[in-house]
Design a protein around this ligand. Sequence first.
Ligand SMILES: [Zn+2]
Length: 268
Amino acid sequence: MFKATLVKGAVVLGLFCTLFTASMMPKASTADANCPNGYVGLTFDDGPNPNNTTNLLNALGQAGLRATMFNLGENAQNIPSLVQDQVAAGMWVGNHSYTHPDMTALSSSQMSSEITQTQQAIQSATGTAPMMFRPPYGATNATLKSILSANGLTEVLWDVDSQDWNSATTTAQIVAAAGMLQNGDVILMHDHPLTTLEAIRQIAQDLKSRGLCSGMISPINGRAVAPEDGTTPPPSTGTKVEAESTTGISARRSTELLYMSTMSSPAV
Ligand SMILES: [Zn+2]
């Protein structure tokens, strides 16, 4: 009897592992002929942002790019509709802490709180909790890694820093940084700089010319891989695209500069 239960348990466990592994593995069948040289991971931190996220999603959609948005839990809690918009636009959503602290300066219970509050805010907005965590400033340690592991989260840093958090960095420099990406690499960018927004179209052109596509980040190893559901984002909704007139861009820019000049949120 006991043995039979054990065997049954092992079968159920085996089935569970198979299903679990299958759902986490990128499917080889989705490899895209337009991406002969592989995939790179575009990431945008610190959103969602009421003055920029919609513009960023439109720019990415028009350029045919997909990206991973490392959201702050506090922002996700305040503007859940923008997190829903990110997912609807074909983006992946990660956890970037609740209040953007240096995690290594926190106690383990404070670390846990930053992580779980953000998981809950994003789960509540989208129905799905993130599988990836990017520590603010890239600051990490063994305690954080163990808490991430206990929460089923993979730590994702970056290979290329676009330096877009530095206001001295130009759009051309952000495009040049993206030009260094190789298959599997991840680039750090942010959901607020205008320079980044303006770099999107050129980044798309550069990747295309090099046979690279924007991919998802594997929750297994934090590297960029082929998306499980195709490389192209879903089409943007009409109303959002229509807002992209020349006048709209100037108006948006003034609003955004005003917003950025009053922003106190940390850079990375
Ligand atoms: Zn950040």
